[in-house]
Design a protein around this ligand. Structure first.
Ligand SMILES: N[C@@H](CCC(=O)N[C@@H](CS)C(=O)NCC(=O)O)C(=O)O
Length: 232
């Protein structure tokens, strides 16, 4: 069987900085599927033309091309139904779809301008012009303005907003209970983006979420923990 290809965004020093790619990668590992990473820089998105869109992650599994992390999780779940499940039931899949949106649009979006200023340091020089302009259009601010605007208080507020997740983890090793499921990968992906690009600790030791993140870093023979990132 040929390996599944995962097209994944990469920065300097092999920093895998796309949260959505982390979701796809952890889902592939969860199902114990054989895969290889095809690293993509921001200025190499023409290499994704075959997928009829311009974003990573994309997987190629034989003849099948699937883009978008949620679609990839569903594809893997349905295609490799004999392998460990990413969802505990169809009801949970529906609920996690909502969770997925909430986590992206509320939790990760709030963190975005706080971590973004550091992301510039790990972008390839050839990607920099595109990165500066696209992020200025996106946020309406320059890197300098974003840097000036953030403070530890913003991080404290962000950490506090994770209270419902702490509640869910209480007494469990993973959001999935005794073992991880796709909810764990959704949450973890944001932590992996931050870890790859910013020295600012978004979570601190002593927090139940920090303990969980440590467990996640060790999963699948340290798949995530072995990658380049800041340690906190
Ligand atoms: N909803 C999509 C979002 C994918 C996405 O936003 N990918 C980003 C990387 S994190 C991307 O390809 N960005 C290209 C760019 O910024 O030019 C998913 O879940 O996969």
């Amino acid at each position: 069987m040929t390996k599944i290809k995962l097209y994944e965004l990469v920065g300097l020093d092999e920093r895998y900085m796309s949260p959505f790619c982390w979701r796809a990668k952890m889902a592939l590992a969860h199902k114990k599927l054989d895969f290889e990473i095809v690293p993509i820089k921001f200025t190499e998105k023409h290499k994704l033309k075959f997928s009829d869109q311009e974003q990573v992650p994309v997987i190629v599994d034989g003849e099948q091309v699937v883009a978008d992390s949620w679609s990839i999780a569903c594809y893997l779940e349905d295609t490799y139904s004999d392998a460990a499940s990413l969802f505990t039931s169809e009801d949970q899949r529906r609920l996690l779809r909502v969770f997925n949106h909430w986590f992206d649009e509320i939790i990760t979006l709030k963190l975005f301008p706080l971590v973004l200023p550091d992301n510039f340091d790990v972008v390839y020089p050839e990607d920099m012009d595109y990165y500066i302009e696209s992020r200025r259009q996106w946020t309406g601010k320059t890197r300098e303005e974003l840097t000036q605007d953030r403070s530890e208080d913003d991080f404290i507020a962000w950490r506090a907003s994770l209270a419902p997740l702490r509640e869910q983890l209480n007494g469990f090793d993973y959001f999935g209970g005794i073992s991880p499921n796709f909810q764990d990968y959704i949450v973890f992906s944001t932590f992996m983006w931050a870890r790859a690009v910013s020295p600012w600790p978004i979570i601190k030791p002593g927090d139940i979420i920090h303990d969980w993140r440590e467990r996640m870093l060790g999963l699948y023979d340290g798949l995530a923990g072995k990658t380049t990132g800041y340690h906190y």
